[in-house]
Design a protein around this ligand. Structure first.
Ligand code: MLT
Length: 265
């Protein structure tokens, strides 16, 4: 049975999925998704770790309103970390990685190892900001359905798009996100600061993972982050696009598992 823990957040108690035994590992999801994007990876990791698979505010089963900034998402991850007693592994996928980097600026004592999965340190450029504004207009008029197909196209490698089960699972996750939550994500990503200067100051083991055919955060971005972080290693996942944890859960879970078990030992 899947267990849970309660997090105090802005006057509410939020139930967070918490299962498995071993050193704790917190998984932070991306846009336009929720914690379910980690399900396959989390199941494997839970054989040797305590896995905390959160939904950011407004997403999935987290009914608190989304705060509209990366700092607010980082606050939530910090609140989750505050409820864990041991040294913790922290993994952020894409937008989740942006939140994790914002949190790392605060030097959270409890984080013992960091994984950034299909993410990047750079802020949006002008074209990126314009694309966020166009997506905000689309979700305001058509909700999640308006961005689902173009996002699926960008999240998955061409070979993954041939897998009807994967596409259906992904579509279900996207379509259950509220328009106001998606707008919060898009605003948060558009306004996020550049974290490049933070990377050389990160004094903990780090693993950077990117799908070989990632068109949102291409492997060159991941490689650059790994070169800038003193104790980082870069891993490219073959036959995957941006959404490596859902496209290739086996190799991603194996890489995270080996990394966190040696880094948290
Ligand atoms: C994500 O996967 O979280 C987002 O697509 C990242 C982004 O758009 O910058």
């Amino acid at each position: 049975m899947i267990g849970g823990m309660d997090i105090g957040w802005k006057g509410q108690q939020i139930r967070v999925r918490d299962f498995g035994q071993g050193p704790p590992v917190v998984l932070v999801h991306g846009y336009p998704l929720d914690g379910a994007m980690w399900s396959g990876v989390a199941r494997t990791l839970s054989q040797r770790f305590r896995v905390i698979k959160l939904d950011l505010p407004g997403h999935g089963e987290n009914s608190s309103p989304a705060g509209g900034s990366i700092e607010d998402y980082a606050d939530y991850v910090e609140a989750v970390l505050g409820s864990i007693e041991d040294r913790t592994g922290l993994a952020g996928f894409s937008m989740g990685g942006y939140a994790v980097l914002a949190l790392m600026r605060r030097r959270p004592a409890r984080v013992g190892a960091l994984a950034l999965v299909d993410s990047r340190a750079k802020a949006d450029d002008d074209a990126g900001k314009a694309a966020r504004n166009a997506a905000i207009a689309a979700v305001r008029s058509g909700g999640a359905a308006a961005i689902a197909e173009p996002m699926i196209e960008k999240l998955l490698a061409a070979s993954s798009r041939q897998d009807p089960d994967l596409v259906a699972r992904l579509k279900r996750i996207i379509l259950r996100q509220k328009p106001e939550t998606l707008e919060s994500d898009l605003t948060a990503m558009r306004e996020r600061p550049d974290s490049t200067d933070l990377l050389p100051t990160l004094g903990l083991p780090a693993l950077i993972i990117t799908g070989e055919a990632d068109v949102i955060t291409p492997p060159a971005e991941g490689r650059a982050m790994a070169e800038a972080i003193p104790q980082a290693r870069f891993l490219e996942i073959p036959a995957a696009g941006h959404l490596t944890p859902m496209e290739r859960p086996g190799p991603v879970a194996a890489a995270l598992g080996d990394f966190f078990s040696s880094a948290l030992a």
